[in-house]
Write a protein that binds this ligand. Sequence first.
Ligand code: DUC
Ligand code: ZN
Ligand code: ZN
Length: 487
Amino acid sequence: MSTFDLIIKGGTVATASDTFESDIAIKDGRIVALGHDLGAGTREIDANGKLVLPGGIDAHCHIEQESSTRIMTADDYYSGSVSAAFGGNTTFIPFAAQHRGQSLRDVVKITHERAGPKSVIDYAFHLIISDPSENVLGQELPALIQDGYSSFKVYMTYEMLKIDDHQMLDVLSVARKYGAMTMVHAENNDVINWLSERLLARGHVAPKYHAVSHNPIAESEASRRAIDLARLADARLLIVHVSAPEAAQAILNARNQGLPIFGETCPQYLFLTAEDLDRDGMEGAKFCCSPPPRDKAGQDAIWLGLTNGTFQVFSSDHAPYRYDETGKFNAGPNPTFKKIANGVPGIETRMPLLFSEGVGKGRLSVNAFVALTSTNAAKIYGLHPRKGTIAVGSDADIAIWDPDWKRTISQSMLHDNMDYTPYEGMEITGWPRTVINQGRIIVEDDTLQVERGSGEFLERQPLDPATDEPADHAPLSPARNFGADLM
Ligand code: DUC
Ligand code: ZN
Ligand code: ZN
């Protein structure tokens, strides 16, 4: 009689801190033993010559979500999660997005109805807050944080989403009080509009002007301001999708002062540049996202940020809008750069790209790769140690990587519902062969092995503001900048 449900044998296991040769025994969805000669399993996988890594956690992706201009993403929770799984992910954290006037509770309910019957991997939700009304701040948000929706994104740009500094302080102070993480899209809306008006008035309407209007100073100014607002409120803050070198520098400076400021970047800022927006005809629309890709020096600064402690999280910001009237050209066939749907797909290619160009080319250790693509997100968003590591007691969320598998990226091999990939033609070495979520083999032999709806919603713990600070920061001081009665 076998003792275990599954044993992974002979692989090289890597976590965020260690690399070691070990077999892994799995029972009832959990890792129950590490070591050698563990005994028998109902199923055994030979991982000789393979890297056995924690399943990826994509902590920033837009799935079955309406944009602020009510364009639905091309991926629903089925295609989005299947695509994520083939890219080595076992958990993702899309958004429950509030549009102005909506109740947060309703938004969470709708998002559950979308995800539950479809997702093939485990999932949690961040909230998007576009309308921090008295009821949201005073009732809904505190209750939702306590129910485990302990992170939310706010926007400093996009007309229908942006909140002002006063509102941002309100949100940060609720996050501070109840132990949540605020994520911010940091771009100065007025700078972007001021530049856009001038460009359009001069007839500069092509996709490439999207990158001109989203000047890096719009990003760095907003990032510095957001950090200062978080300092004032004494709150944690994570700046998402950083592309501008000065914004990265601002995060690093804050972290070096011991502030609980965190940074995220994405593949588009390592592998694309503003020149991609200048491709023939409207092709540049495929690369329009915000913030936009920058130049070669910008790419180098973002690579540096992955190794010098600036960025903790590497996410896809998968925002799938097809190259047709349902997506990029929702506003008509030849839109000005202002009217092109913003976003690039990348949920399946996020980890292979970073593995190939990072680990494969010697820029990152395999441990840093694990930290950036899985462990740190689990810690920051309240999922660790259940998720994000390979340890006894953790969920058996594992991706078995073939470090020598050479593939050329093409849209036809991907599993999302898109009609293009920005990374078409890129040669990759290293891709996961087998992906396991809570002990279930979800991808094997290039085939999906599970049914729709088999992923599980993850209840997250609210972080205790006094004690449960993400790993590398001391607890927040009690109301450092003003009296507790002002919190
Ligand atoms: N920018 C965002 O802020 N969200 C989705 C896609 C994008 O480009
Ligand atoms: Zn954003
Ligand atoms: Zn986003």
